[in-house]
Design a protein around this ligand. Sequence first.
Ligand code: SF4
Length: 330
Amino acid sequence: MTLLSVQNLRAYYQTQAYGISRTVRAVDGISFDLLPNEVYGVAGESSCGKTTLIKVISGNAKPPLKVLEGSVNYTFGERTVDMLRISQSELRRNVRWKQISYVMQGSMSVLNPVRKVIKTFQDIVDTHEHIKNKNEFLERTRTHINRLGLPAEVLNAYPHQLSGGMRQRVAIALATVFQPALIIADEPTTALDVVVQRGVLQMIRDIQAMSSNTVLLVTHDMAVHANVADRVMIMYAGRIAEEAPTESIFNAPLHPYTQHLINSLPVIGEKSTKASLKGSPPNLADPPSGCRFHPRCPFVMDECRTVVPDLVSVKERHRVACHLVKEDSL
Ligand code: SF4
């Protein structure tokens, strides 16, 4: 049983200016499933296609981003939703906020600076459910806020009266007010200090445990994945490099890029300098042939320059795209 099934998804940015066409292959043949009741992490450096992937699976792909191929299907209880064919009105009425909510980068700014927090809750709830009984709405909102460990007083505050961490937690509370089946959190802890970061991550974990929903957590910060995710997908240049349960990703990474990410993590007491990866992320308007990681890979072989490695299963729920790793090899 899956909550989301993504098959062979290709989503490119296609632009035309001064007679020059440009295609950026941001998501290039990605397949993965999300299971109910899991925290699924997506990691990778900037411009690897993480945010584009989120845009497509949340129904927010707008030109110049175009989906060229593939499928994105959700199962919400008895109902299935084809995200690439659903109408905008249906998406607005029955899917956004109610089934899928989105905590975006810098979501603190979703709060209206000139309205009290309770008014923002009111705007959102009224748009989707038409509040008939104001007292009932207030009671429900207070219960939700308390359940997430936030003081009821935040509802009567203006955003500028709250700390950055508290604003982020309020934004998460807002995104979960309808108890959606899927919460997509895009870099939810960026720009927060480590102590506040910990509180926000704990809140995400608590919500997931209380409501048994699925969280898709996108961040370049591997330490965050280590703390929160059940499974992790490593993206590189628009493709999946590796996907595995978090323990396998951190204890036995198989793809050279994943190994680099794990080896770069600081270790308490270690004083030696970490080796950096040569080169820079590829230009997705003109990506390298074969394995896209080959110009930077310390183990590159001849076939890596011409043949795209398949994403193969090496054991249950562990998939790797590298010519060094063979199917069911473990
Ligand atoms: Fe490195 Fe080749 Fe594996 Fe790509 S396929 S990660 S270049 S060894």
